[in-house]
Design a protein around this ligand. Sequence first.
Ligand code: FES
Length: 165
Amino acid sequence: MLDYKHPEPPQQDKRWKMVRAEMRRHGYSPHALIQVLHAVQSAFGYLDNESLRYVAQALRVPLSRVYGVATFYHYFTLKPLGEHLCVVCTGTACYIKGVPQLLTAMKDEFGIGLEETTANRKLSVTSARCVGACGLAPVVVVDNEAHGNLTPDDLVSRLKEVTEK
Ligand code: FES
């Protein structure tokens, strides 16, 4: 039987080395799909169509399954994110304690809603179902730093602070 030749990455980019190392570590197993998508996103910041096709070929997983996983898990993003990331907790406790008002304030100030990025690519807003700090609701995580008991004004000031640096 002929040896299977693993496909080449879509571009000559050093970051693919990291992804290939992850694939090798898992013996190019289809079961490593999530870990490999994770490696692609860590390397490139998001998953584009070309990357998803490459991962599907390399792990010999149907493309539909790769898309299914990439769109099912909230962690994965198919679009490049902005320089700063604001994750709004939309779990029940946070929602009841004022998430709609936070979203309105962000829309008014920055012109973007959930899963959107400002035109200058400074800020992206995504959501999470519960970040595990319900006692501090409503909670927003800005660049990995959690902020609780937020008012719309607090949130806008915090976001202005990070995006205007
Ligand atoms: S619902 Fe927001 S932290 Fe739990």
